[in-house]
Design a protein around this ligand. Sequence first.
Ligand code: CP
Ligand code: NVA
Length: 310
Amino acid sequence: MIKHFIDLKDIPVKDLKKILIDAKKRKKLRKKKNNLEIDKESPLKGKLLIQMFEKSSLRTRLTFYLAIKQLGGSTLTLRPDELHLSKGGESIEDTAKILSNFGNAFMLRTDSDKKLEEFKRHLSIPIINGLSPSSHPTQILSDIFTVEEIKKKPISKLNIAWIGDSNNVLNSLIAASIKFSFKLNIGSPRNYKPNKKILSYIKKNKNRIFIYEDPKKTVIGADVIFSDKVISMNDKVNKIKKLKCFKKFRVDKNLMNYAKRDCIFLHCLPRGKEVDEKVFSSKQSKVWLQALNRVHVQKSILLYCFGKLR
Ligand code: CP
Ligand code: NVA
């Protein structure tokens, strides 16, 4: 069976844990290596990862590039406006057939969850979701790695808080909370709470998830505070109105003081006004390590998709 990586909800937790263990081992072994040096054994030698970004990306693009290179493979990044798909009228089915003939895995960042599913149906190679309107699974799995690396504890023993919009990144954090069984407090304004589908997913699964409208209550006792931009790339909203609703949901020093003393701040980046500069550039902020770790975790995600996880 092909191992796709589309949504954390659909991946067995034992596989997610295996990915994290592999990433930890591989990161240790790379301490003295340069970015483009290849891992011993070159496990993905000869393999081609095709990537396509229908929306902007800096980190995901760079980290998948380095990830496949370090495993001995190569990558080709397609520009959606240069394909016949969409404007040129070529179908997903035919595009997928060609991708499967020449590539060994396909990483897609898209503004359509349906498109991911349709590609999955027609590809005979694994597909990886590099961010969709409903989730950002590679980001959150990597963030769990970062949290456990810093806190030196399994995430199930930590209190995680989210301050911000109910978006794709939060959806993946919710799925992770259910899979890894960690406590997750969500703080969002009244009209920006997780949607019905997500709420019913939470309800159907044994969970430790609590939703608040007060940011201070949300972060009491938190070991980690996550945030993300109020306006996401897929957001077609009145931006001024939305930003106004989030005024109180800003991570500043005062809010950090309600969390544990050694609480860390994480943000997938790019950032907006949801975090104060003083917090962002403080010792508690681990955002650069967070971004770096994506290479290590995505390498193990690739190995998982290629059926080569040790
Ligand atoms: N966090 C993240 O996915 O960043 P990019 O949008 O730059 O890839
Ligand atoms: N929620 C953000 C994440 C960017 C990495 C977005 O979708 O734009």
